[in-house]
Design a protein around this ligand. Structure first.
Ligand code: LHQ
Length: 262
């Protein structure tokens, strides 16, 4: 059986490639479990210092595999809440709680939960030809995989509601212009740029980068006082890292720093 997620660790970058191209990388159970295992490895393996998530073929991911629950087969209505609880939500939590950078290279259409998994990543690059579609309204569902949360936080209510209620596609360029993603990139340059970014982050001061992610994610719900306290605590921890000592030493010695993620 083909691997539903290709996994490759090189130079500190764990590349996870969704791999059901004939179904636009829509999620079946095997792919859910493989993706979750990939992010769990990123948590557990100190060799991993950045993650790059992408897809094979012409799509990034079309969300849940709709063929898995064909209503024409009859039987009781499925418990989609259980699907979220069992499969999507643990993966979303692993991505957000991973204190290492997660780069997403959206190589083509990202629809439904596929779009929202991309939006949960830390830095999102998308091919110019890619589209983001909150496809849920077309099949009577609500945005999931964190989409109602991320769209509203990033875009505000007016755009979040319009996208979710109409399921209108958003081009990569529009997504970048709105700040939904980091950059739209020429199709043939996407993977080179995404890999270069992942490599550069993987050779960075991993602890400091992880703490930075923690701080930025907490800012939306913290008061300024809470955030100042948190910055103090995170800076205290970063200041005890070997990478901090190396960064300052390299600066004083006028040479490039060699960070080891320690
Ligand atoms: C697919 C899919 C797909 C299976 C394309 N499934 N085969 C959570 C909890 C539990 C359950 C429910 O869902 C969720 C979260 C969700 O993600 S709900 C949202 C699910 N996704 C969608 O509704 C998107 C469905 N797909 C589309 O609307 C289109 O395929 C898009 C707009 C993504 C791409 O359109 P095209 O570029 O025209 O490609 P296509 O439609 O021709 O698709 C290519 C093939 O991929 C095709 O198979 P075939 O054998 O005919 O070549 C599609 O059937 C298959 N495919 N999405 N989600």
């Amino acid at each position: 059986m083909t691997d539903t997620v290709l996994v490759d660790l090189a130079d500190g970058v764990l590349t996870l490639t969704l791999n059901r191209p004939d179904k636009l990388n829509s999620f079946n159970e095997a792919m859910h479990l493989a993706l979750r295992a990939g992010f769990q490895r990123a948590h557990d393996d100190a060799e991993v210092r950045a993650v790059l998530l992408t897809g094979t073929g012409r799509g990034f991911s079309a969300g849940q595999d709709l063929g898995d629950r064909d209503p024409r087969k009859g039987g009781p209505a499925p418990d989609l809440g259980a699907t979220l609880e069992t499969f999507y939500n643990p993966t979303l939590r692993l991505i957000r709680s991973l204190e290492k950078p997660v780069i997403c290279a959206v190589n083509g259409v990202a629809a439904g939960a596929g779009a929202n998994i991309a939006l949960a990543c830390d830095i999102v690059l998308a091919a110019q030809s890619a589209r983001f579609i909150q496809a849920f309204a077309k099949i009577g569902l609500v945005p999931d995989a964190g989409g109602s949360w991320s769209l509203t936080r990033i875009l505000g209510e007016p755009r979040a509601k319009a996208l979710a209620l109409t399921a209108q596609p958003v081009s990569a360029q529009q997504a970048a212009d709105w700040g939904l993603i980091w950059q739209a990139v020429a199709d043939d340059a996407l993977m080179d740029q995404a890999r270069a970014l992942a490599l550069s982050l993987a050779s960075g001061p991993t602890r400091g980068l992880g703490l930075t992610k923690r701080l930025i994610q907490a800012a939306a719900t913290n008061s300024l006082d809470e955030q100042l306290d948190m910055e103090r605590d995170c800076q205290r921890e970063a200041g005890r890292s070997r990478d901090y000592a190396e960064g300052v030493t390299a600066f004083l010695e006028k040479r490039p720093a060699v960070f080891r993620g320690e």
